[in-house]
Design a protein around this ligand. Structure first.
Ligand code: PHE
Length: 341
């Protein structure tokens, strides 16, 4: 019996040593200690053993089972380690390979400039108020002192939905809607899309404006000048200066056209400023008393300043863009130039 015992043990040892995978090892385990395995068969043979030898026989077989089981688990650990290392090797990545940069989007130049304008004015205490893109004749014109058949309507004639409802031709209705809803002091920016019957290299039927409005006691043209001087320094550079030229808007009195020193040649004269050294950037003025009164603000107590700037225009000046249409074509090659990350 001892011989049989030794033989099984020896064979198991040899066979276990030869196995190369956990799968093979599991099959082998079944052969020895499984339900129909050789060690199990020995136990089954117990009944043929004389009663007095049974106890020592049982102990022997059990010891054999324990020994063999231990041999299997030692081998199993060894194989598992080996298989894990092989898996690591096969999955290894070469960390010296150059990385792939994911394609990242970037802000559209109009948004870059819009954000910069917001930053500049919000830093000076302005709040943002958005008006509707489709508005009534009253807000677009009449409340801004442009009655029906006023010649100033020609400059801004736009897209009518009905006789009374139209796509707004400027963001100035934002002034009126703010004054109707807010008591002075008022300091707001009103941004948005505007529409006009214009289409060439420097005009688009749809473009973006930002309206500025300040209403308080004693607001004057000097405040407008100070505000815009500060703004152009932030928008362009420290050396930029402004210049006011008399102009006309029905809703401001006096009205001005504001120029800045050319950001390319700083006033010397170049192709961007057509040799003049100056570039027009916006229209502005002191809010017409009639407009204040129509919106329910006492023009004897309060005065206001307003300005309206075109985001496309500022963007074109800032980046030297000669055709406004490039801003709407969404050509990725063009847009990528503004990705400054
Ligand atoms: N609304 C004017 C325009 O679109 C600009 C402007 C705004 C002028 C406010 C004066 C004051 O041309």
């Amino acid at each position: 019996m001892q011989e049989k015992h030794n033989e099984i043990k020896q064979n198991a040892k040899i066979e276990i040593a030869k196995t190369e995978s956990t799968k093979e090892l599991n099959d082998l385990k079944a052969k020895y200690v499984g339900k129909n395995g050789e060690v199990t068969a020995l136990l089954r043979g117990m009944k043929d053993i004389p009663a007095e030898e049974r106890a020592s026989f049982g102990k022997m077989v059990n010891d054999l089972k324990v020994e063999i089981t231990e041999m299997f688990s030692a081998k199993e650990n060894e194989l598992k380690d080996k298989e894990m290392m092989a898996k690591f090797d096969s999955e290894a990545i070469d960390i010296t390979l150059p990385g792939k940069t994911p394609l990242a989007g970037s802000l559209h130049p109009l948004n870059i400039v819009k954000n910069k304008i917001f930053d500049a004015f919000c830093g000076m205490g302005f709040e943002v108020f958005e008006g509707p893109e489709i508005d009534t004749d009253y807000y677009c014109f009449q409340a801004l002192n442009i009655p029906k058949d006023h010649p100033a309507r020609d400059m801004q004639d736009t897209f009518y939905i009905t006789d009374n409802i139209l796509l707004r031709p400027h963001t100035s209705p934002g002034q009126v809607r703010t004054m109707e809803n807010k008591k002075p002091p008022i300091k707001i920016l009103s941004p948005g899309r505007v529409y006009r019957a214009d289409d060439d290299a420097s005009h688009s039927p749809m473009f973006h404006q930002i309206e500025g409005l300040v209403v308080d006691k004693g607001v004057s043209l000097c405040d407008l000048q100070g505000l815009l001087d500060e703004f152009v320094k932030i928008m362009f550079d420290e050396q930029t200066k402004t210049r006011f030229r008399p102009s006309y808007f029905p809703f401001t009195e006096p009205s001005v056209e504001v120029d800045v020193t050319c950001c390319k040649c700083h006033g010397k004269g170049c192709s961007l400023c057509k040799g003049t050294g100056w570039i027009e950037i916006l229209g502005a003025g002191i809010v017409n008393k009639k407009v204040l009164e129509m919106s329910g603000i006492d023009s004897n107590e309060y005065s206001g300043l307003a300005f309206g700037l075109g985001i496309e225009r500022i963007t074109m000046i800032k980046y030297g863009i000669s055709d406004i249409r490039t801003l709407f074509e969404n050509n990725v090659k063009f847009l990528k130039q503004f990705n400054r990350r």
